[in-house]
Design a protein around this ligand. Structure first.
Ligand code: SF4
Length: 264
């Protein structure tokens, strides 16, 4: 096995800055085949990506982490994506129900330390269960979200999952996302129209006021507002230059464009 570091990705990341989301999805499908999946929390960016996958006939799984305390609207959106876009949506679940977890550990999400443990058990660990099944995961993080995501790279190392994270919408502005959704009649989680700018678990998400930051509705009871669950390595500083993927040299060469005729 060889190492692919975040630093090794710098040149490719610079090249990809001028590529569209669809071009990045097509690159991922070509390079990784069935070993790439789309992650979607069934928020607007995630369903827009699902629509692009569907509209361009790309064959890839869609991973949805169901913490067991999702809004019914989010579960309904997942079901619509599966039925209307015909995608293979795989639901990943935690080991314990929220009731079992509460009996064993108490109401964790009411303290910052407990929130970290709860998100680890209910979000990150279910995703870790697919370690080894994929080489790359596509997500919907956008720089337009601001705060820690304002400088998110297009390609990021996720050493914990040993996958390349592909933030295909990193450059997609708020306006571009809205325009795409409107022009393509994309399936949209109805909670967005009810004041939820971002959508997570029902225990930890509220609507936001017009003058509040977009993430003000996440863990509002804990504050400050710029909190993240840790499922994305770039949110919590796990894509630093020294981080690396433990991959076969062939795969590294393919990703870096040293072993394929496919040029983007
Ligand atoms: S968002 Fe809240 S309920 Fe959901 S996993 Fe994290 S702490 Fe637990």
């Amino acid at each position: 096995m060889a190492h692919l570091t975040q630093a090794d990705l710098q040149a490719l990341n610079e090249t990809f800055e001028s590529r569209t989301p669809v071009e990045l999805l097509q690159w991922a499908a070509t390079v990784f085949g069935r070993r790439v999946a789309l992650m979607s929390a069934m928020q607007k960016a995630g369903t827009a990506l699902a629509h692009m996958v569907y509209a361009h006939g790309l064959a890839m799984d869609v991973l949805f982490v169901d913490t067991g305390v999702m809004f019914q609207e989010t579960l309904d959106t997942r079901d619509r994506v599966r039925q209307e876009y015909g995608l293979n949506v795989i639901t990943l679940s935690p080991e314990l129900t929220m009731e079992q977890q509460t009996r064993a550990h108490g109401v964790l999400y009411l303290t910052p330390e407990g929130q970290t443990r709860c998100c680890e058990m209910r979000k990150t660990e279910p995703l870790l269960a697919v370690r080894g099944r994929y080489d790359a995961l596509i997500g919907g993080l956008r720089r337009g979200e601001g705060e820690r995501r304002s400088r998110v790279p297009i390609l990021a190392v996720d050493s914990r999952l040993n996958v390349l994270r592909i933030n295909a919408l990193a450059n997609f502005s708020n306006e571009a996302l809205e325009a795409y959704v409107e022009a393509n009649n994309v399936i949209v989680n109805p909670l967005h129209a009810q004041g939820y700018t971002t959508i997570g678990c029902n225990r930890c998400t509220t609507p936001v006021l017009p003058n509040e930051p977009a993430r003000a509705g996440r863990w509002r009871h804990l504050g400050p507002w710029a909190m993240y669950c840790g499922i994305n390595p770039t949110d919590v500083g796990r894509s630093e230059p020294h981080e690396f993927l433990d991959w076969p040299q062939d795969l590294i060469d393919t990703v870096l464009g040293q072993k394929t005729d496919f040029a983007i």
